[in-house]
Design a protein around this ligand. Structure first.
Ligand code: CU
Length: 223
């Protein structure tokens, strides 16, 4: 074999080896999730998560997320985050807000401020954190802290899409601010094969809406 052929042969072996390796790591999914209520109406702002049933995935580096305050509302209404996420609370209004939570998953307070508080708030306990503002009673939002990095929030059509998953066995769960019952009991198995999409439909029972209508308490908001 000439040296040139040997080099070409080596390259081919290397290319085949790396190709095989890529195949072995081909991701599963995407997973298309649909959330509806008992009447079949799509549910927006539901958090669909996938709990790995086998070996736990490598934990990602502590992520960051943003909970805005804009036009005297929290944006978004529901913010799902992975355990350990650092969340900043920028105030985009030219008036002051006073953000607080009494939830056991994270009790904290950001006293009256304008702009962005210097230190983010770290969400290091799983569960539901209900946010409020001391000045504006109607301001309400939720940070939902998950123990899995695989989650997505449903849009107005009740659909959420999860990507970048390793093949394996998962359990799909759903959470919503008005969910009746426990998220742990919403579980549905989702087997995920390499390179194959999967679908999961989740039906939830929701409590009725209890938010204070802003127009009743905000003198500056049109009737
Ligand atoms: Cu406020």
């Amino acid at each position: 074999m000439t040296p040139r052929r040997a080099v070409a042969g080596l390259f081919l072996v290397f290319a085949l080896a790396s190709h095989t390796r890529v195949n072995a790591q081909a991701p599963g999914g995407p997973v298309e999730a649909t959330v509806a209520d008992e009447k079949g109406k799509p549910v927006e702002d539901a958090v669909v998560s996938l709990m790995p049933l086998g070996t736990a995935p490598a934990a990602p580096a502590p992520p960051t997320a943003i909970m805005d305050q804009h036009d005297k509302e929290f944006v978004p209404y529901v913010l799902p985050v992975y355990l350990g996420t650092r969340v900043t609370f920028p105030n985009r209004d030219n008036i002051r807000h006073h953000v607080y939570s009494f939830s056991s998953a994270k009790k904290f307070e950001l006293p009256l401020y304008i702009g962005t508080p210097a230190a983010p708030v770290v969400f290091d306990k799983p569960g539901v954190v209900a946010l409020g503002c001391n000045i504006h009673d109607w301001m309400l939002a939720y940070i939902y802290v998950l123990t899995t990095p695989f989650f997505a929030k449903t849009a107005a059509d009740g659909k959420a899409r999860l990507e970048g998953l390793a093949p394996g066995a998962y359990e799909a769960r759903v959470w919503h601010p008005r969910l009746r019952g426990e998220t742990e009991k919403t579980g549905k198995p989702v087997p995920l094969a390499a390179g194959e999409a999967a679908q999961v439909s989740l039906v939830v029972s929701l409590k009725s809406e209890w938010r204070i209508p802003r127009r009743l308490v905000d003198p500056y908001k049109g009737s």
